[in-house]
Design a protein around this ligand. Structure first.
Ligand code: GAL
Length: 948
C-alpha cells in the first residue's frame, strides 16, 4: 500500500517531545521555497528528491503557507461530509501533490553532530528528503514531526524536498468543520541537538492551596539543573522535588516564574506556572476552586492565509479574548500553533487542548467503519494523542486534554484516554463523543438546551457515572450570523448549579476568505459539495472585528456585576479567584443621554464569590429621564489592556421621563385633488398613506412584519425552521387592502387588512392620524384576523425617507444592535451614527442593526432638516439604504447596493434570535406571537437637528 493510503501514523520521525527553544543553534527554514503543484502523485515529477533536479522553472511559494491561497488549486469547505468517496483508507487518485524544494546553507558556525529537522504542521501528508535521502513521511496535519538529519547535513548547498499530498489516509482523521487546505502551513526549523543537551523535559509544578506551597520537579532523561531566580532556586538538581512558597498560576493571575534548565551543553528557558487541576465533589477545580469556564472555541484562521496564523494574529486573539472577559479556550479541533499556548500561559486563559482527530463524515453513514473503532487506525489515533500531550505538556494553561471531536466512540478512543491518564494523571480527559462518560473525566455536551442543562444541574441523570461528573458545554451558543441569542439563560444555569461549569461558544472567528469585494465561504470556489456559509459562525468577523455577539458575550460573562440594590448599588464579584482590588469604580449621571455629573465610587474590596452594597453617590437633581452608569475599570494597566479598560458595568434608573401632556389636536383634515392634508402631513387620498411631512416626501409608514431571515431563523435542525414557517405563511409578501379612509373631522382613520396571497388569515391594521402643532401623531391598532400560522419576525411599520436623511441620532438602547434575547450589552444613552454605520456587515447578509428601547430617534440630512420620531412607548428601529427584500436576496456584502431612499422600520416588537443555526431556537419568552397590539408615536419634521 502506498504511504499515502497507509492508515498508520507515518514513519521515520523521532519520538515526540515537548515544544521548546533553547540556546542550541537553530535555523528557521521559513521563507521562499520553490513549488510545483501536480494533479496527482502519478503526474508529479519522479526525481524531485535528487539534489541536482532543476527546479528553476518552478513557481515560488512562501513557507509556511497553504497553496490554495496562493493561486494553486482552490479552497473547499465541508462541515461533516468528506469531499471524496468514503472508502477508507483510500483517497482519490486525483490527489493534488505539491512539491516544495529549498536550498539552504547553515550558518558558518553550525556545529557538527546531531540535528533535527522540525515541521510544526504539514497538511495532510508529507514525504521528506534531505540531500537525496528520504527522512520519512509525516501525517497528523496539526502536529509536529521531527527527523534526525545530523549525518546528512552539508556545510552548504543542502537541498530539502517535501512532497505534500492534499489527501492521505490521515484525511479520514481530519474531517473538522473547516476549509480543506494543503501545504506546509507551520514553521520548518533546523535544530542542532548538542550531545549532553536536553532532549525533552516535563516541568511538573503543582500548587497546594491548603499550604500555599508549590512543588516543582522536572522529568528529564539527563541530569539537569534548575534555576528560578525569583524563588531563590539556583543549581537545584531538577529531578528532585522542591517545595516552596509560591504565587499560584491561574487564568486571572497568570503568575509565571522564569527559570532555566541547564546541562553543560544546553540551556532551556522555562516559564513555570504552579497550579493543580482536580475533579473533586463532582466539580472541576484548579487550586481548590471551582472554575466557571467563560470560553470560546478557537480555530486558527486568517482571512488571507487560512490556518497559517502569525504570532501577531495569535496575540491579537488572546488580547481580544481577555478584553472581552473570555477566560477559556478550547483549541477546536486540533492543537494550535505552539506559540498560541505560550500566550495563554502568559496572559492567562484556561485551555482544553484538543487532539487533531475528527471523523464526523462517518456519522451520516451510520458510523460504519469509523476509525475510532477499527483496529487499522489504532496506532494513528494513539500517535496523534501522544504528539499532542508530549508537545504541550509543559503548558500550565492546559488544564484538560481532549481526545478530539465528533469521532463517535470506540476502542481507539478509549485507548487514547487510557494512555493519557497513565502518562499525565494531573489533567482530566475530555471528549464529548463518549456519551456514556465511560473513559472521560468530565461530562461534556454540545448545544444542549437550557432545559437539558437544568436537568444535568439537578443531577437527574440515570447514568450514575455521568451524573457525578463536572459538566461543561464544549460547544454552545452557535455564533453564526446575527446571534447568538439566549446567552443569559445559560449563565444563570452555570451560576445556579455548581456542577455546571460553563462552556465554550461556537466559535471564535468566521472563517471567511478574503476575495475582492467580500469574504468568501463554502461554494464560492466551485466546490462540488459544500456547506455554504456554515463556516461563518464566529464572534469575530473574518478580519477580527468584534461582532455584536462578542460584545453581548463580554457583557453576559462580565466578572463584576453591578446592579440596583435596595441599599443603593450592588457589586457582585464573579471572578473565580481574584478580588476586586485591581478595579476602580466610577459613576456617570446622564439626563436624556447627556452627561450631568460623574465621580468615583468608593467600593470596599469584594472577594471572589462575594457581593457588597454601597449607597448611591449624592446626585444633582435632574428632571428628564436619567440613568446612573457605574463602571468597574482596571485601576492600572495589565499586559492585556490599559488602565481604565471597562470589565463590567451596570445602569440604574434615577428618574423616569416626566409625563408629557398630549399637545392639543389641530384639525381638520382637508381634501384636495387626490390628497388629504392634515397638519404638516400630506396623504394619498385613496390609500391613506403618508406621502410628505413638512415638505419632505416620504412613503409610509405601513404595517410590516418581515425581516430578512437570519441564519438562526433558517435553522439547521430537521423539521420546519422559523423562517420556512414564515415563508410558507407568506409573511414576506403581505398585501395591503384599504378598507376605508375616513377623513372627517380632526382625525384621519385608515382601516386596512394586511395579508399574504393565497392565505385566509390576515392582520387588521387601523392607522389613526391626528395633527398637533409641529407634527403628526399616529396610533396603530393591529388585530389578527383568523389564526396566524406562525410567529411574526417583527411587528411594526416600514417607511421610506429621502436618501439625504443619512444621519441618525437616538435616545435609547445603544450603541450597538440588540434583539430581545441579545440585549445585555446595550445601555440607555444618546447615540448617533450615519445610516451606513448602523449596518452590521454580516458576511452572509441578513437582518441586522436593530436599535432597541428607543425613546426617540431622528434622521437628518446634512442641512439639519429631517424627521424625528417619538414613541409613546419604547420602540426599535432599523434604517438602511436597501429594502429588507434586497437584504434577504443578497449572498455577499457587496451585493447590497445603496438606493435613493432610506428605509426605516419602527417596531413594537421583534422575534428573538435564538441559536437554531445549530442548537436551540428562540426561547418561549422571546417568541413574537401574533396578538392584538396598539402603539402610538409622533412624527415631526425638524430643521436644525433632531434634539430641539
Ligand atoms: C459541532 C462541531 C463543530 C461545528 C459545529 C457547528 O457539531 O463540533 O466543529 O461543526 O458543530 O458549527
Amino acid at each position: 500500500m502506498s504511504y499515502v493510503e497507509d492508515p498508520g501514523p507515518g514513519r521515520g520521525a523521532v519520538p515526540p517531545r515537548a515544544a521548546f527553544t533553547s540556546d542550541a543553534p537553530s535555523l528557521p527554514l521559513n521563507g521562499t521555497w520553490r513549488f510545483r503543484l501536480s494533479p496527482s502523485l502519478a503526474a508529479a515529477p519522479p526525481d524531485v528528491a535528487d539534489p541536482e533536479f532543476d527546479d528553476a522553472a518552478w513557481d515560488e511559494l512562501p513557507v509556511p503557507s497553504l497553496w490554495q491561497l496562493h493561486g494553486h488549486g482552490e479552497p473547499a469547505y465541508t462541515n461533516v461530509h468528506y469531499p471524496f468517496p468514503v472508502d477508507p483508507p483510500h483517497v482519490p487518485s486525483d490527489n493534488p501533490t505539491g512539491d516544495h524544494r529549498l536550498r539552504f546553507d547553515p550558518p558558518h558556525a553550525w556545529p557538527a553532530g546531531p540535528a533535527l529537522l522540525r515541521f510544526d504542521g504539514i497538511d495532510s501528508c508529507g514525504r521528506i528528503w534531505l540531500n537525496g535521502t528520504e527522512l520519512g513521511v509525516t501525517k497528523g496535519s496539526r502536529l509536529p514531526s521531527e527527523f534526525e538529519v545530523g549525518p546528512l547535513l552539508r556545510p552548504s548547498g543542502n537541498v530539502l524536498v517535501v512532497r505534500v499530498h492534499q489527501w492521505s489516509a490521515g484525511s479520514y482523521l481530519e474531517d473538522q468543520d473547516m476549509w480543506w487546505l494543503s501545504g506546509i502551513f507551520r514553521a520548518v526549523t533546523l535544530l542542532s541537538r548538542p550531545p549532553g543537551g536536553i532532549g525533552d523535559f516535563w516541568v511538573r509544578a503543582d500548587y497546594d492551596h491548603t499550604t500555599g506551597l508549590g512543588t516543582v520537579r522536572v522529568e528529564t532523561a539527563t541530569d539537569v539543573v534548575l534555576d528560578i531566580p525569583a524563588l531563590g532556586v539556583a543549581g537545584h538538581p531538577a529531578a528532585e522535588p522542591l517545595e516552596l512558597p509560591v504565587e499560584p498560576w491561574s487564568a486571572e493571575s497568570p503568575r509565571l516564574y522564569a527559570g532555566t534548565l541547564s546541562t553543560v551543553a544546553e540551556r532551556v528557558p522555562v516559564r513555570i506556572g504552579f497550579r493543580t487541576v482536580s475533579v473533586e465533589d463532582g466539580q472541576l477545580k484548579v487550586n481548590g476552586r471551582r472554575l466557571l469556564l467563560r470560553g470560546v472555541n478557537r480555530h486558527e484562521h486568517d482571512p488571507r492565509t487560512g490556518r497559517v496564523v502569525s504570532s501577531e494574529t495569535a496575540l491579537a486573539d488572546v488580547l481580544l479574548m481577555k478584553r472581552h472577559n473570555v477566560n477559556a479556550v478550547r483549541t477546536s479541533h486540533y492543537p494550535p500553533d505552539p506559540a498560541f499556548l505560550e500566550l495563554c500561559d502568559e496572559y492567562g486563559l484556561w485551555v482544553i487542548d484538543e487532539c487533531d482527530l475528527e471523523t464526523h463524515g462517518f456519522g451520516p453513514l451510520g458510523w460504519d467503519r469509523n476509525p475510532g473503532s477499527e483496529p487499522m487506525w489504532a496506532d494513528a489515533c494513539l500517535d496523534r494523542m501522544r504528539r499532542t500531550v508530549e508537545r504541550d505538556k509543559n503548558r500550565p494553561s492546559v488544564i484538560l486534554w481532549s481526545l478530539g471531536n465528533e469521532s463517535h466512540t470506540g476502542d481507539n478512543l478509549a485507548r487514547m484516554a487510557e494512555w493519557v491518564r497513565h502518562r499525565d494523571p494531573t489533567r482530566p480527559v475530555h471528549y464529548e463523543g463518549d456519551h456514556e462518560c465511560s473513559y472521560v473525566d468530565v461530562h461534556s455536551r454540545m448545544y444542549a438546551t437550557p432545559g437539558e442543562v437544568d436537568r444535568i444541574g439537578r443531577r437527574e441523570d440515570d447514568n450514575e457515572r455521568r451524573r457525578d461528573l463536572p459538566f461543561l458545554l464544549c460547544e454552545y451558543a452557535h455564533a453564526m450570523g446575527n446571534g447568538p441569542g439566549g446567552l443569559l439563560e445559560y449563565r444563570e444555569l452555570f451560576e445556579k448549579y455548581p456542577n455546571c461549569q460553563g462552556g465554550f461558544v461556537w466559535e471564535w472567528i468566521d472563517h471567511g476568505i478574503a476575495v475582492p469585494g467580500h469574504f468568501a465561504y463554502g461554494g464560492d470556489f466551485g466546490e462540488l459539495i459544500h456547506d455554504g456559509n456554515f463556516v461563518i459562525d464566529g464572534l469575530l468577523f473574518p478580519d477580527r472585528t468584534p461582532s455584536p455577539g462578542l460584545t453581548e458575550f463580554a457583557k453576559v460573562i462580565e466578572p463584576v456585576r453591578i446592579s440596583a440594590d435596595p441599599a443603593g448599588i450592588r457589586v457582585a464579584n464573579h471572578y473565580d479567584f481574584a478580588s476586586t482590588g485591581h478595579l476602580d469604580f466610577t459613576w456617570l449621571l446622564e439626563e436624556e443621554g447627556t452627561a450631568v455629573a460623574q465621580g468615583v465610587l468608593a467600593v470596599p474590596t469584594v472577594l471572589s464569590g462575594q457581593m457588597t452594597s454601597v449607597p448611591l453617590p449624592s446626585l444633582p437633581a435632574t428632571s428628564g429621564e436619567s440613568w446612573l452608569t457605574v463602571s468597574a475599570t482596571l485601576a492600572s494597566a495589565t499586559t492585556w489592556a490599559p488602565a481604565g479598560h471597562v470589565v463590567g458595568w451596570g445602569q440604574l434608573p434615577v428618574s423616569a421621563a416626566p409625563a408629557r401632556p398630549a399637545p392639543p389636536v389641530r384639525g381638520p383634515v382637508f381634501r384636495t385633488a387626490g390628497q388629504l392634508l392634515l397638519g404638516a402631513g400630506e396623504f394619498d387620498a385613496v390609500t391613506g398613506v403618508l406621502t410628505a411631512l413638512g415638505g419632505h416626501s416620504l412613503h409610509g409608514p405601513r404595517l410590516d412584519v418581515w425581516r430578512a431571515t437570519t441564519d438562526n431563523d433558517r435553522g439547521s435542525a430537521p423539521g420546519p425552521s422559523e423562517a420556512s414557517q414564515w415563508l410558507e405563511a407568506g409573511l414576506h409578501r403581505m398585501q395591503h387592502r384599504v378598507i376605508e379612509v375616513d377623513a372627517d373631522g380632526d382625525e384621519l382613520v385608515v382601516r386596512t387588512r394586511v395579508a399574504p396571497p393565497a392565505q385566509a388569515f390576515g392582520l387588521f391594521a387601523d392607522y389613526t392620524w391626528t395633527a398637533f402643532d409641529g407634527g403628526l401623531r399616529l396610533r396603530v391598532d393591529v388585530t389578527p384576523d383568523g389564526p396566524v400560522p406562525a410567529t411574526l419576525p417583527r411587528l411594526g411599520l416600514v417607511m421610506a425617507l429621502p436618501g439625504t436623511f443619512g444621519s441618525a441620532e437616538w435616545f435609547g438602547g445603544g450603541p450597538g444592535e440588540a434583539y430581545p434575547d441579545s440585549c445585555q450589552a446595550v445601555r440607555i444613552g444618546r447615540f448617533s451614527s450615519s445610516v451606513d454605520g448602523l449596518q452590521t456587515p454580516y458576511v452572509f447578509p441578513q437582518e441586522n442593526g436593530n436599535r432597541t428601547a428607543v425613546r426617540w430617534a431622528g434622521f437628518t440630512a446634512p442641512d439639519g432638516t429631517g424627521l424625528r420620531v417619538d414613541g409613546e412607548r419604547e420602540f426599535g428601529f432599523t434604517a438602511r439604504r436597501w429594502t429588507a427584500a434586497a437584504l434577504e436576496a443578497a449572498r455577499h456584502t457587496d451585493e447590497l447596493v445603496s438606493g435613493s431612499l432610506v428605509h426605516l422600520t419602527l417596531d413594537v416588537a421583534q422575534h428573538g434570535l435564538g441559536t437554531a443555526a445549530c442548537g436551540p431556537g428562540v426561547l418561549p419568552r422571546y417568541r413574537l406571537e401574533p396578538r392584538k397590539t396598539s402603539f402610538a408615536l409622533t412624527l415631526r419634521p425638524v430643521a436644525g437637528g433632531v434634539a430641539n
